[in-house]
Design a protein around this ligand. Structure first.
Ligand code: ACO
Length: 429
């Protein structure tokens, strides 16, 4: 069959470019030779319509609200699997066999303890430090403790160890970032606990008060982490891939991803949603007033947790999380007035022409903060929780990029600044 092509006409010159079709029939124009043949580049601020890679990890159909990892639907994974099972699936491409799962979880469990010198680094951070900044710093510091990880071209076994170590130690770093903020002593990991329970143990145990992990809380955390595990080429994942494309090591690529996630338009939205809902509550709970603010183009306020670059129908993760929020609050007997405000806002927004016309629906972060709050996790830790969940996705995407031998990421630009002009001496300015 002849290769399908697209034709671009510029003036009277016509350039034929190959079409690439993915396994879900998504088609792209491969513009690789456009510049060589025409001198033209494409311009797409925010990469709204630009594919940066061919990936086999996550499929997302924003119009139909579909999200699948390696072919498995997010609904089935969230219902049936553990977070480490999903991590293995994302990173290695298949659901693990019982033997593979046992080895993977055992390896991770045995590396949860971090070098004592990490405590010295942690001690240098004032209690006012945002835990996201502490987390990204500690992940970068991994390069100092495991210098062999600096070379991403080392053996498969070495890369495996780097992956195991970071999956094992991120919950420890995350919990310790919180302890640092509280001014409390750090709690060491316990190897007889599963991944989520161990994190909760390190977060909430105090020398003055034992903390028994509630299985309801642990199961809810497992679900939340799965729902955040990967989301193809979003801002932080693209950051991880682009940093890694310079052959920077796994740990620094991940640290860059953590920083990219921090912003309120991305992972920072979960913190921003709760702060917004609290503000609305303190302001008397008038949802219409805040809706009007969100629609006012002269007001910078946006309805946080609403809208998504890709989902234009609904975010399947938001659907699962909304139900989980109801279940968790009921099971834990928590009454959170902010949940009613959130539901009220959603109800009004889904009928409002401004939101309907722009396809703005609740995203994954609209309800996740409410569950985190019910689990006892403080607001500034919400984005850290997102980072814990997204970690396997970042690792899988970094590994795929390396294995595909992708070239260094280096976009072009259209220059719109001054044309050449003579230097003006300081005395004449
Ligand atoms: N509240 C009010 N208006 C909004 C919102 C919102 N939350 N989101 C988008 N809009 C409006 C824009 O003003 C714009 O209107 P216009 O066409 O009249 O100018 C239109 O909808 C399109 O918005 P863009 O910003 O162009 O869409 P984009 O795809 O660039 O942005 C984003 C997506 C960043 C998620 C945006 O919807 C937003 O800021 N949402 C709030 C922050 C948030 O919840 N982020 C988390 C995203 S999910 C995640 O990262 C895990």
């Amino acid at each position: 069959m002849a290769e399908e092509t697209a034709e671009i006409k510029v003036g009277d010159k016509s350039i034929e470019l190959p079409l690439i079709t993915g396994t879900e029939n998504e088609t792209a124009i491969n513009i690789g030779k456009l510049r060589a043949e025409s001198g033209l580049i494409t311009l797409d601020p925010g990469y709204k319509n630009t594919g940066a890679t061919q990936s086999a990890i996550t499929f997302l159909d924003g119009e139909k609200g579909i999200l699948r990892h390696r072919g498995y639907s997010i609904e089935e994974l969230a219902e049936n699997s553990t977070f480490l099972e999903v991590a293995y699936l994302l990173i290695y491409g298949e659901l693990p066999t019982p033997a593979e799962y046992e080895t993977f979880t055992k390896d991770i469990t045995h590396h949860t303890l971090v070098h004592e010198d990490f405590k010295k680094i942690l001690d240098g951070f004032p209690a006012s430090s945002h835990p996201m900044g502490v987390l990204s710093s500690l992940v970068t510091a991994m390069t100092a403790f495991y210098p062999e990880s600096l070379d991403p071209n080392r053996s498969k076994e070495a890369v495996y160890m780097s992956i195991v170590r970071i999956l094992a130690k991120m919950p420890t770093f995350a919990a310790w970032a919180f302890k640092n903020q509280m001014g409390h002593p750090v709690v060491y990991p316990k190897n007889n606990l599963d991944y989520c329970s161990n994190f909760l143990h390190m977060m909430f145990n105090l020398p003055s008060q034992d903390y028994d992990v509630d299985p309801v809380v642990s199961a809810a955390l497992n679900k939340l982490l799965i729902l955040h595990a990967d989301h193809e080429q979003n801002c932080s994942t693209s950051t991880v891939r682009i940093v890694g494309s310079s052959q920077a090591s796994l740990y620094v690529s991940l640290s860059a991803g953590i920083n990219a996630l921090w912003g309120p338009l991305h992972g920072g939205a979960n913190q921003a949603v709760i702060e917004m809902l609290e503000n609305i509550k303190a302001d008397g709970g008038d949802t219409q007033k805040w809706m009007d603010k969100a629609k006012d183009k002269n007001d910078p306020f946006r309805l946080m947790g609403f809208g998504h670059r890709v989902y234009k129908n609904f975010d399947p993760r938001a659907k699962i999380i909304k139900k989980a929020a109801d279940d968790v609050l009921e099971k834990l007997g928590v009454v959170d007035p902010v949940l009613d405000i959130a539901k009220g806002l959603e109800e009004v927004a889904l009928k409002d022409p401004y939101f309907v016309e722009r396809n703005l629906y609740p995203n994954v972060d609209f309800y996740s903060g409410i569950i985190y709050r019910a689990l006892g996790i403080p607001t500034e830790m919400f984005t850290v929780m997102f980072a814990l969940g997204r970690l396997p996705g970042w690792i899988a995407q970094w590994k795929e990029m390396r294995e595909n031998n992708e070239p260094i990421g280096r976009p072009r630009q259209v220059y719109v600044g001054e044309t050449e002009r003579p230097y003006v001496d300081m005395s004449k300015r």
